[in-house]
Design a protein around this ligand. Structure first.
Ligand code: ADP
Length: 319
């Protein structure tokens, strides 16, 4: 790992974890910087929850070292809840209780002063958009509302670090959008967020950095744009011809062109060899097109999608 550990909020150093004969994590190293929305993605069973339980101190029998703000997580386990808000994958509320009643109980359990708790609950309900249902019982809430309440609970004591285990799982598209928006707003306020999912689109557009996990191993960590760029540097050139332009021949003979894929009568993709001089190759292609008096409407060096990057690293292992 070439990353500099200065400014790391969470740091995993060569961490492995076995459950009897199951190797859940295999020598993983990565860091989460202060202010990151770190999207931790991988298929079901790849080790995301195990990683999270190590961060929040629920699993201690692991190999390697985990530091939170440069302190060993094993040592600060008792105090960690002060800086950390945790949304576990599954945690139900008693269905007969009300939204504000639940937050009140959790607030008191976290030791929040009684005189400020009421105001804090009001603020947090506004933040997650639950103020209209504060007196409703859990049994009358939608899945999206319950998830927002769980988020509110994790946020009640104003933690700097939020650890969210599959926070969008099971939500309808509107609730997904709303919860993602809240997560983004929390990051804008300066919170550091670690968010896991087995679905790339859950973290896409909000993650500042992404870690891809597969079979207990970290396959790749980086900013979304860097992951795309490292994966394949635009080796596919899309060429769109004007309506009625005549057919262009011999593009496959241009040095550096591996093959030509005809998409339809107006569109083709030239697959360029990664070892070729891409600029020179593109110029020769254009010269050949002009020479044959074909008309181009558009041409574009295609970037791989993040989806392609994810699929490359997890292969067919997506559940
Ligand atoms: P994810 O969160 O990505 O779905 P987990 O961390 O839950 O992955 O699981 C990683 C691997 O460890 C899986 O093979 C899972 O079956 C196994 N595992 C998780 N928890 C336990 C446990 N308490 N006992 C035995 N095996 C477990």
């Amino acid at each position: 790992m070439t990353e500099n550990s200065d400014g790391a909020f969470i740091e995993f150093k060569n961490v492995s974890k076995n459950y009897k004969n199951i190797r859940a994590l295999e020598n993983i190293s990565f860091m989460v910087e202060k202010g990151d929305i770190f999207g931790y993605i991988g298929p079901n069973g790849s080790g995301k929850t195990t990683t999270i339980k190590i961060i929040v101190g629920l699993i201690q029998d692991f190999e390697g070292e985990v530091l939170i703000r440069s302190k060993r997580v094993r040592k600060i386990r008792k105090d960690i809840h002060k800086i950390l808000g945790y949304l576990p994958q599954e945690a139900g509320f008693q269905r007969w209780r009300t939204v504000s009643g639940i937050l009140n109980t959790f607030g008191m359990l976290s030791g929040l002063p009684r005189n400020t708790l009421k105001k804090r609950i009001q603020d947090i309900l506004e933040l997650v958009g639950l103020e209209d249902v504060k007196n409703k019982k859990i049994t009358h809430l939608s899945g999206g509302m319950v998830q927002k309440l769980r988020l509110a609970q994790a946020l009640l004591h104003k933690p700097e670090l939020l650890i969210l285990d599959e926070p969008l799982s099971g939500l309808d598209p509107t609730s997904r959008y709303q919860v993602k928006k809240i997560i983004k707003e929390l990051a804008d306020e300066g919170k550091t967020i670690f968010l896991s999912s087995h679905i790339l689109s859950d973290v896409q557009n909000i993650a500042t950095r992404i870690g891809i996990l597969n079979h207990g191993k970290i396959m790749k960590v980086g900013r979304p744009k860097d992951l795309q760029r490292d994966f394949k540097v635009g080796n596919d050139l899309e060429i769109i011809f004007s309506e009625g332009s005549k057919q262009c021949n011999d593009l496959d003979k241009v040095p550096g062109v591996e093959s030509i894929e005809i998409i339809n009568t107006n569109k083709l993709i030239a697959h360029l060899s990664p070892n070729s001089n891409i600029d020179e190759c593109i110029n020769t292609i254009l010269a050949k097109i002009l020479e044959q008096k074909c008309y181009i409407r558009n041409f574009n060096l295609l970037e791989p999608s993040l989806e392609e990057v994810y699929l490359k690293y997890v292969g067919g292992n997506i559940k």
